[in-house]
Write a protein that binds this ligand. Structure first.
Ligand code: ADP
Length: 569
């Protein structure tokens, strides 16, 4: 089920990743185009804004009253002085200020039919005077810019209202002119108004604010990175919104209506559109990969937890059956020997003694088993307490061995006690607890010794630690099992161990007891040759942390060795 679950999650995840990769790479190739289209849109937005603004200003200042053109053509009473009402024109030009105009003019056809007379009056908007003396070039430019409309005046035709609009003459970029035909009530063109443009005003007063004004709105996250430039057709840079190096623009848009030989361009400061979309691709894909990895990590973790708890529940089931077996055997022996004695079938004093010893040994075994179970339950619930006091470890070991003697003898075991130092230093320990840990090791040595019935107990003192080692020449423990044998309920699963009864609690209790004494347990084992378990306990002088109080409750629930928290039985 778990593996099916894993596959059921992994396949859609992999498919999702693949699809995402596909769509991201597709996006990577289309994004630059989309971004460029967006940039073009931005440029046209700026241009529309600038031109609309500029045009309406120009239109307002050039919108001279038709009455200012005081003529009928052909006019036999030709007088260039009266053809244009200068005071009216003056009033209009001065009341409609427009910084973009360098020079203004009003023109009309006047005089008799032949020859044709053209009157053009120039007005200096800064000095506010008609006394401006235009150069020959300026005069020529004004004439040619208004020539079409002058022709209209001459033929007295009525142009369609749609065709009456501002016109631009940019033939000579030095004299860019906007011209407006002045139409009277009956729809006839009666005069022309025009202006010479001031380029820098167009750039500073109209273009720059429009560029800056729309940047933040159009590029909310990267407006600081956007470079907008204005270049002339000879590639001369006329304006840029910020300093930059390299290419002038990535996307360009020609100016309409006026300055039509200029080019508004845009590009990103740091990256080209291709680089940008590649970064987008990498960022998004990495994010997806990371999310998937976290998800897979979570699944693996969940699987591990599930498999561990399955293992644990299996161990618990085994534990119940193992313990039942362990309880049943000594109980059965006690009952049989007890019955024998009760019925008086055994008369021989030696036999009676022997049976009595059996009953005693088996009862001890039962007590030990029950002690282990009780201890385990206390450890699990965090209620295990220790009575620490200064003790002679040698005494504890020999006393324990004595209680164990009969059982060892019955099983044909020989114990060799070896002491390295004469007077071992005192230790602060809970003697009962250490005795129990030692018994557990001895019991294991007996259980897993097989035919080699010699057990060596060694007491030594080294580096501020006292070591109690229990060595047997039994079945040994495989390398990969060594770490696990300290786990609660854990029993090695090979056939050699299978025949031996056990609860799987002994070593986990040993480990807990020893660690509560700030010590450690080590294993040295060779499968087939035997095992040495060593308990290392710190000597009194090094037990500073626990030297005074004589009772300690290692309150934390015992979690065994690598098993899930909170799964206590
Ligand atoms: P058990 O009640 O099964 O003996 P323990 O916690 O005492 O539980 O031991 C855990 C396992 O470690 C045992 O089942 C056994 O496989 C292994 N083991 C413990 N002591 C020895 C030893 N002296 N020699 C070989 N294997 C041992």
């Amino acid at each position: 089920m778990l593996w099916v679950g894993m596959v059921a999650v992994t396949i859609p995840l992999a498919t999702h990743l693949w699809l995402q990769y596909q769509s991201l790479s597709e996006l990577q190739s289309t994004l630059p185009h989309a971004r460029r289209a967006y940039m073009r849109k931005y440029l046209s937005l700026v241009i529309d804004k600038v031109i609309a603004n500029y045009e309406s200003k120009a239109d307002a200042i050039l919108d001279l009253p038709p009455k200012a053109f005081n003529h009928t053509y052909p006019n036999p009473d030709y007088s260039p002085m009266t053809a244009i009402d200068l005071s009216m024109v003056y009033d209009h030009f001065t009341s409609h200020q427009f910084r973009g105009a360098r020079l203004l003019f009003a023109g009309v056809i006047s005089g008799p039919k032949d020859p044709t007379y053209v009157t053009v009056r120039f007005f200096d908007p800064i000095a506010c005077t008609f006394r401006y003396r235009p150069t020959m070039d300026e005069r020529g430019a004004a004439h040619s810019a208004s020539a079409n409309w002058m022709a209209m005046i001459m033929v007295e035709s009525k142009p369609s209202p749609k065709s009456i609009k501002l016109t631009v003459d940019e033939r000579d970029p030095r004299y860019r002119i906007i011209v407006k035909p002045i139409v009277n009530e009956s729809g006839n063109v009666v005069g022309v108004a025009g202006m010479f443009l001031k380029d820098e005003v167009f750039i500073q007063d109209y273009l720059a604010p429009a560029v800056q004004g729309s940047l933040a709105g159009s590029f909310p996250d990267e407006h600081r990175d956007v470079i907008v430039t204005l270049t002339s057709n000879d590639e001369k840079l006329l304006y840029s919104n910020q300093k930059f190096e390299g290419k002038t623009y990535e996307v360009g848009w020609p100016m309409p209506f006026i300055y039509s030989d200029w080019f508004l361009g845009i590009r990103m400061q740091k990256m080209t559109e291709e680089q940008w979309s590649q970064r987008y691709f990498i960022t998004n894909l990495s994010f997806s990969l990371l999310t998937s990895l976290v998800l897979i990590g979570g699944i693996v973790l969940a699987l591990r937890t599930a498999s561990r708890s399955m293992k644990l529940s299996q161990m618990k089931a085994d534990f119940v059956s193992n313990v039942s077996h362990e309880l049943r055997t000594p109980l059965a022996s006690i009952r049989v020997f007890g019955e024998f004695l009760k019925l008086g079938r055994v008369r021989d004093a030696h036999k009676i003694h022997e049976y009595g010893e059996y009953i005693e040994t088996e009862s001890r075994r039962l007590t030990q088993l029950i002690n282990n179970i009780l201890d385990f339950s206390k450890i699990e619930s965090g209620q295990k307490t220790y009575q620490f006091e200064e003790a002679d470890i040698e005494q504890v070991v020999t006393d324990t061995l004595k209680t164990f003697e009969i059982m060892l003898e019955q099983n044909g075991f020989r114990i060799e006690l070896e002491k390295q130092a004469r007077n071992l230093p005192k230790v602060i320990i809970d003697s009962n607890a250490i005795a129990q840990a030692f018994i557990n090791l001895l019991d294991n040595a007996v259980k897993y010794s097989g035919e080699a019935k010699v057990i060596k107990v060694r007491l030594s003192h080294n580096d501020g630690f006292i070591t109690i080692s229990v060595s047997d020449h039994g079945i040994g423990i495989a390398k990969e099992e060594i770490e696990k044998v300290f786990e609660k309920f854990y029993r090695v699963g090979n056939s050699l161990v299978h025949d031996v009864k056990g609860s799987g609690l002994g070593l986990s209790i040993v480990k807990h007891i020893v660690e509560a004494h700030d010590g450690s347990v080590t294993i040295d084992s060779e499968p087939g040759s035997g095992t040495t378990f060593s308990i290392h306990l710190p000597c009194s002088d090094s037990q500073t942390s626990r030297s005074q109080p004589n009772q300690t409750n290692r309150g934390d629930a015992y979690l065994g060795h690598g098993l899930p928290i909170g799964d206590n039985t």
